[in-house]
Write a new protein. Structure first.
Length: 83
């Protein structure tokens, strides 16, 4: 998600939130790729690793941010499928 500007406003390239890039989905805060643990965005769950990348496949969630219990979860194309 790159911040959108109106034509008369200066353009900003500061990335925030989940950003799709060529090699995966990443989480940014104030333009810096960062880790976040488990996130809930628009009703979907994403687990963000220490390098800022959203995981896919079976993954042990060690930082659930009080959204669910610590444990193994299955993430498909970056969205939580089941526990």
């Amino acid at each position: 998600m790159v911040t959108e500007t109106k034509p008369d406003e200066p353009k900003t390239d500061t990335k925030n939130g989940l950003v799709q890039e060529k090699d995966g989905l990443y989480y940014y805060k104030n333009g810096v790729r960062t880790h976040a643990g488990l996130l809930q965005v628009n009703g979907s769950y994403y687990y963000i690793k220490s390098n800022g990348e959203a995981v896919t496949g079976r993954y042990y969630v060690s930082n659930p941010n009080n959204l669910m219990a610590v444990g193994w979860y299955e993430f498909g194309k970056w969205i939580l499928l089941l526990h």
